[in-house]
Design a protein around this ligand. Structure first.
Ligand SMILES: [Zn+2]
Length: 317
């Protein structure tokens, strides 16, 4: 993939709203209590997230915090645009010559893996030096399981949603614990809706990692690229392979409080487990049993890179 040439990708950036973390914690505490029986939102010193079950490529989520949305489902649907190949190091360059951690969810580098796949991006980048701890999940053609494997490239395809930071622990992060879901909103939607309701038109971005400690998570993995056009949500859901996995399930990605009018993906997390399976996170399926624990940094800037020429109205959940 060293011959992937990225040139002149269009980029728009937006300064995000960054209230004090203590205020944010109080807002989220109140909001999440509408959907979960037990909630504890705290501002804490960043724990060492390079340890399992998070296993990030850097110890922390702090310093020069950003979120970035690259490409989009438009490049996958109705048929995949196979020219849409990117490298995380190039995305870092566009995002203000970023160096440090990049984690999140994207479409995997199918030319390297040899199959369409989900990417759990997890790298540390400095210029052209890239320490890759990423995984992909692909459908095993024989067993139909969504199996994960390690990769050693920073390439990806079609779309990606990443949280960027220096990757250090010199700062505070939000710890969001929630269990026993009593409302309709899953963990991410609950956080997002709370922020949107409280802060209105001001856009906030959170990124990092969360763990489904207990209960079951519903995930999907993309099948091999469809040769017939996928034109609506029903056809998309027939093409995706869905799975349910018991926790612990570790997720990487970001969420925005709302779309600031840049045709963005407002939440996107991809997961891995210690059992060799993973994929795109949808929601938990066991509200009474579920327990979440997440660590998030508050992003200062949002970057929208290589936005599609038209808005696609499905395939973003
Ligand atoms: Zn995804």
């Amino acid at each position: 993939m060293s011959d992937v040439v990225v040139q002149n990708l269009p980029c728009k950036s937006l300064k995000l709203f960054t209230p004090a973390l203590a205020e944010l914690a109080a807002v989220l505490q109140k909001g999440l209590e509408e959907n979960f029986a037990s909630v504890q939102v705290s501002v804490i010193d960043c724990p060492d997230l390079s340890l399992p079950p998070y296993s990030l490529a850097s110890p922390g989520l702090c310093g020069d915090q950003k979120v970035v949305d690259v490409g989009g489902p438009y490049y996958l649907l109705p048929l995949a645009n196979k020219e849409k190949l990117y490298r995380l190091r190039d995305i870092a360059k566009i995002c203000g010559d970023h160096s440090g951690l990049m984690v999140g969810a994207g479409a995997g580098p199918w030319p390297v893996v040899g199959a369409n796949c989900e990417l759990m991006a997890n790298i540390n980048v400095t210029g052209d030096t890239v320490d890759v701890r990423s995984k992909v999940a692909k459908v095993n053609a024989e067993t139909q399981l969504g199996e994960t494997q390690d990769i050693d490239t920073d390439a990806f395809a079609l779309m990606g949603n990443f949280y960027l930071s220096k990757g250090n622990r010199d700062g505070k992060v939000l710890e969001i614990k929630a269990s026993h879901r009593t409302g309709p909103d899953n963990y991410m939607s609950s956080i997002r809706n709370t922020l949107h309701k409280h802060y209105g038109d001001q856009t906030l971005g959170l990124g990092g990692t969360f763990l489904v400690e207990k209960g079951k998570a519903k995930l999907h993995v993309m099948s091999e690229f469809s040769t017939t056009p996928i034109n609506n949500a029903e056809q998309l859901n027939n093409w995706l392979k869905f799975y349910e996995y018991e926790g612990p399930v570790t997720a990487l990605g970001y969420l925005l409080s709302h779309d600031p009018g840049l045709d963005v993906r407002i939440e996107h997390f991809h997961c891995f487990t210690d059992r060799g399976v993973g994929g795109h996170y949808h929601y938990d399926t066991t509200p009474e049993d579920v327990a979440y624990r997440g660590y998030f940094g508050l992003a200062e800037t949002f970057y929208r890179i290589d936005a599609p020429p038209e808005i696609l109205n499905f395939g973003k959940d």
